[in-house]
Design a protein around this ligand. Structure first.
Ligand code: CAA
Length: 257
């Protein structure tokens, strides 16, 4: 039987994807990359699922793209297959995605974590873009998303030297949303996902779209998009329910419509 490169499970309304190539530090080969994208799409198709948690193991979230798989490839194959291009399907997922990071999140591993909507990590985690040591540059968004997340100076520091930063430095730099004890990382990510799962699915999707739009547009266009989206949510029963619940001092019961 072929190796199960990811393990998936559903916990209440949360879909969990665990990278499962422990012998290779969860290096992202073609199989695992496709498996992550397909599992995320399957979770999104399931109207019961509200959020996705992506995690690895104690040693590695993922130590990057699989160097051994790529090393002999000619330019034309990388270019014609648009290597890494399929990650656009992952970033098109409309459900919130939380990366629970223990151990190494390097190269493509750091980039996968940054494709998620927030990163939860422990002090022992290690983030970095070491591609420069391999004679290449980041290829899954590192030069772009890292710069937007932590600013030019620090992104240059990581991308040009290939040095790693630990979870504490990553949290100070704004890369990590919450720094928690190493053995509480997955638990915390699941708690956050469960909190999100108590909201309204279309509203959660709209909120994710709104924040992401800040990276794509001017302030005026972004504010208009936000305001029009806000207006449109008044078409939902869940808006009526949420505001009625507040006024009547009770918990809302959202119906995802
Ligand atoms: N690709 C392929 N195999 C990898 C790998 C990777 N990115 N990272 C680790 N492995 C393999 C190792 O080759 C080793 O395999 P063998 O047992 O068969 O030798 C196994 O995983 C365990 O790794 P180490 O023995 O190296 O473990 P360590 O604890 O000594 O070091 C590490 C851990 C610091 C993470 C080190 O493995 C390392 O530096 N890995 C490579 C990190 C890297 O350069 N990542 C960037 C990849 S390129 C990229 O990601 C491009 C992009 O933008 C998408």
């Amino acid at each position: 039987m072929s190796e199960q490169v990811i393990l998936t499970e559903t916990v209440d309304r949360v879909g969990v994807i665990r990278l499962n190539r422990p012998d290779a530090m969860n290096a992202l080969n073609v199989d695992i990359m496709h498996a992550i994208v397909e599992a995320s799409e399957a979770f999104q198709e399931d109207a019961n699922i509200m959020a996705i948690v992506v995690t690895g193991n104690e040693k590695a979230f993922a130590a990057g793209a699989d160097i051994k798989e790529m090393q002999t490839k000619p330019y034309i194959e990388m270019q014609q297959s648009d290597w890494f291009g399929h990650w656009n399907r992952f970033t098109a997922i409309r459900l919130p995605i939380i990366a629970a990071v223990n151990g190494y999140a390097l190269g493509g591993g750091c980039e996968l974590a940054m494709m998620a909507d927030m990163i939860i990590a422990g002090p022992k985690s290690k983030f970095g873009q070491p591609e420069i040591n391999l004679g290449v540059i980041p290829g899954m968004g590192g030069s772009q998303r890292l710069t937007r997340a932590i600013g030019k100076s620090k992104a240059m520091d990581l991308v040009l030297t290939g040095r790693m930063i630990d979870g504490e430095e990553a949290e100070r730099a704004g890369l990590v949303a919450r720094l928690v004890e190493d053995d509480k990382v997955l638990e915390t990510a699941m708690e956050i996902a469960q909190t999100i799962a108590s909201k309204s699915r279309p509203v959660v999707m709209a909120a994710k779209e709104g924040v992401n739009n800040a990276f794509e547009t001017t302030l005026q266009q972004g504010l208009l998009f936000e305001r029009r989206t806000f207006h449109s949510l008044f078409a939902l029963e869940d808006q009526k329910e949420g505001m009625d619940a507040f006024s009547n001092k009770r918990q809302p019961e959202f119906k995802d419509r």
